[in-house]
Design a protein around this ligand. Structure first.
Ligand code: SF4
Length: 400
């Protein structure tokens, strides 16, 4: 796709200007991506200008977000990622599996506040290593965490106007199909393609579900079934700059083959005192901006998202080419990064407008993916039809 970069000449001249100008006419090569993701500060304005122009060519003048409630169905997890504050072992303070009544109470409270997404976040298959979780599931009447998740997605669909978006970890072909009947989209962060992070003392030491080949297999299966899929990178967990580019290219490759990646999240590692990686350095704001910009230039036709509560000043991300802020809750905290509250929606709207963009509430499925999902007849598509406005955004657009 050709992109016009109006401000390149203002920042660069001569050889560099010519180099940036070629971005306008050719897809970004891996070689260029590797060079630009490490570009010096004096080249950053031109890189950002190129990324911003690519975003404007895709979705001019708008930035979307999803008004959501966060439903941490269970924080028990069989993995032990070095950066995670969400997971618990049974018996640890805060360990909890929500009851159906609790799920419905959160969903109904969100519905009153104009939310349209129920984001189900949960640990990966805790019953495989914890007898306590097997007992909890038996008491609730379900064979596995995924069976329980499926039932809770259906409960939210039946009883509220919210649309579920589950993030349950690795999924088989069968489970992608089952969950697609009760949710219009689902997600799994690829995080990184660097399998060495599973080595001793690395971020994914003792996190078997973070093996990149397994995650790519789940993502590919979703592609074969044409399920709109959310994925992304987690930067700053021990990967190299080349790993970041490789991870973006792996996501792009899957989307080129199946067309199902509805959004790519660029998330940055945040240090917390209680995690095994408490001594690790955080990626800098500049690294975050460079990664977002490279993602935009590698994937100029795809939705690029970065959360506003994990970096600052967050409105800079608009200059790096994002077109979406992700899920923002007026009700529930970010259980993954509880020390980093989401910005107030009114503040987010004002900062977005200050950059010349209109903030629009979307559903947990992007408008361009809705027609395909509506060709299936199931509870999820019925509720989606009712939730979407003629442009495919959220019907219930409260003032931010
Ligand atoms: S990041 Fe996810 S998979 Fe890893 S420990 Fe936390 S909940 Fe489990």
């Amino acid at each position: 796709m050709g992109v016009f970069f109006p401000t390149i000449g203002e920042h660069k001249s001569g050889e560099h200007a010519a180099e940036f100008a070629t971005l306008a006419t050719q897809p970004l090569s891996k070689h260029d991506a590797l060079r630009l993701i490490a570009c010096p500060d004096d080249e950053l304005p031109a890189l950002l200008a190129a990324a911003r122009a690519a975003k404007e060519a895709l979705k001019p003048g708008i930035i979307t977000y999803s008004r959501k409630v966060f439903i941490p169905l269970t924080n028990l997890c069989r993995d032990y990622c070095g950066y995670c504050t969400f997971r618990r072992d049974p018996g640890q303070p805060g360990a909890h599996t929500m009851t159906p009544e609790e799920v419905l109470a959160v969903a109904r409270a969100g519905e009153k506040l104009g939310c349209t997404e129920a984001l189900f976040s949960l640990g990966d298959k805790p019953e495989l290593i914890f007898p306590e979780m097997r007992e909890t599931l038996r008491h609730l009447g379900y064979k596995s965490t995924l069976h329980y998740l499926e039932a809770m997605c259906e409960l939210v669909l039946r009883e509220t106007s919210l649309l579920p978006h589950p993030n349950p970890g690795l999924l088989s072909a069968e489970w992608i199909s089952r969950l697609a009947a009760v949710s219009p989209s689902m997600g799994l962060m690829l995080e990184t393609t660097n399998a060495a992070l599973l080595n001793k003392d690395a971020a994914h030491d003792n996190a078997p579900d973070k093996l990149p080949t397994k995650r790519l297999r789940s993502m590919e299966e979703a592609g074969k079934q044409r399920v709109p899929f959310t994925t992304g990178l987690l930067i700053g967990i021990g990967e190299s700059l080349e790993d970041r580019v490789d991870t973006l290219l792996a996501i792009r490759d899957l989307h080129d083959r199946y067309g199902h990646i509805q959004e790519v999240i660029i998330q940055n590692f945040r240090v917390k005192p209680e995690i095994p990686m408490s001594h690790w350095p955080e990626p800098s704001h500049g690294e975050m901006l460079r990664t977002v910009a490279i993602a935009r230039l590698l994937m100029p036709r795809m939705n690029i998202q970065a959360p506003p509560n994990l970096t600052g000043p967050y409105h800079d991300l608009l200059d790096a080419g994002i077109n979406d802020w992700g899920g923002i809750s007026p009700l529930t905290p970010d259980f993954i990064n509880p020390e980093r509250p989401w910005p107030h929606l009114e503040q987010l709207r004002l900062r977005t407008e200050a950059k010349g963009q209109k903030l629009i509430q979307r559903l947990p499925i992007y408008p361009e993916f809705i027609p395909d999902v509506l060709t299936r007849e199931n509870l999820s598509s019925q509720k989606l039809r009712a939730a979407a406005d003629p442009q495919g955004f959220a019907q219930d657009k409260r003032a931010a």
